[in-house]
Design a protein around this ligand. Structure first.
Ligand SMILES: N[C@@H](CCC(=O)N[C@@H](CS)C(=O)NCC(=O)O)C(=O)O
Length: 227
C-alpha cells in the first residue's frame, strides 16, 4: 500500500492526497510533526526534509526542486491518470508556478492566522519559530491584522481561474489534470480551518471546487481505499 507522508494542512500534501483518492489508489497517510522531519530524512536517505513524500513499497518518491512535480508525475505514470497531457505541456507549468507561489503565498498566511487551532501543542513552539525565522518576528500577528487585505488579494488572484471555468468544467479541459489538483490543494490549505469560504463572486470556481472534492477517475475502483 502507498504511504503519503505528510503534514495534514500542507497545501502540497492536500494535492497528493486528492490525486490518490481520485485514482482510487489504496493508500494510507502518515502525519509527521512540522518540527520533526526525521522520518522523511531517513526514508530519503538524507536527501530531503520537505513534505509530502510517498513510499510505494521499496520506492520513495520526493521532489527535486520547487517546480519538479516528481510525485504527481510518478502517480500519473504508475496509475495512468492523464494528469499531464502533452497538449498542455508548458501552459500547465506556468499555471502551477502561479498557483504554488502567488495563490499559495496568500492562502497559507490566511490559514496560519488560526495556527493555534490546528498545530498540536507539542509542535507549536517549533511552528512559530519556523515561521518567524522565515518571515520575521511577529509575522503571524501581522497576517491577522492584514486579513481583510489578504482576502481581497486572494479573490483577485482567483479571477483567471473563474474566467477559465466559465467555458469548461475543469481548468484546461473536459477532464481534470494536475493543475486542477494543484489549485485544489492550495485552496484546501486556505479552507483547512473552516473559517473561510471561497469568494462568493467566483461562482464557477465554487462549483468546480465541489466537483473536485468528490471526483473519481472513471478507472478508479469503487470501494473506500484510504486508511
Ligand atoms: N514544491 C514542493 C513544495 C513542498 C513544500 O514546500 N513543502 C513544505 C511544507 S508545506 C515543506 O516541507 N517545506 C520545508 C520545510 O518546512 O522545512 C512540493 O510540491 O512538494
Amino acid at each position: 500500500m502507498i504511504e503519503l507522508i505528510q503534514i495534514p494542512w500542507s497545501p502540497y500534501c492536500i494535492v497528493q492526497g486528492r490525486i490518490l483518492e481520485y485514482g482510487g489508489i489504496s493508500f494510507k497517510t502518515v502525519d509527521i510533526p512540522n518540527h520533526d522531519r526525521s522520518l522523511v530524512w531517513q526514508l530519503t536517505r538524507h536527501r530531503y526534509y520537505g513534505v509530502p513524500i510517498i513510499r510505494d513499497g521499496r520506492t520513495v518518491v520526493f521532489e527535486t526542486d520547487d517546480n519538479s512535480q516528481v510525485i504527481a508525475k510518478y502517480l500519473d505514470s504508475r496509475f495512468k491518470l492523464n494528469l499531464f497531457p502533452k497538449i498542455w505541456a508548458g501552459i500547465d507549468t506556468l499555471l502551477w508556478r502561479y498557483m504554488e507561489n502567488e495563490v499559495e503565498g496568500v492562502g497559507f498566511r490566511l490559514n496560519d492566522i488560526y495556527w493555534q487551532e490546528f498545530v498540536p501543542e507539542a509542535d507549536q513552539v517549533g511552528f512559530v519559530r519556523h515561521k518567524e525565522r522565515k518571515f520575521g518576528r511577529g509575522c503571524l500577528g501581522q497576517w491577522r491584522t492584514q486579513q481583510e487585505q489578504l482576502l481581497a488579494d486572494l479573490t483577485r488572484m482567483l479571477v483567471p481561474f473563474e474566467l477559465m471555468l466559465q467555458n469548461r468544467p475543469f481548468l484546461l479541459d473536459q477532464e481534470p489534470h494536475f493543475v486542477d489538483f494543484d489549485l485544489y490543494g492550495m485552496l484546501g490549505n486556505f479552507l483547512y480551518t473552516g473559517h473561510y469560504r471561497l469568494p462568493a463572486v467566483h461562482t464557477h470556481l465554487s462549483e468546480w471546487h465541489q466537483r473536485m472534492s468528490i471526483l473519481k477517475s472513471p478507472l478508479a475502483p469503487c470501494e473506500k481505499l484510504h486508511t
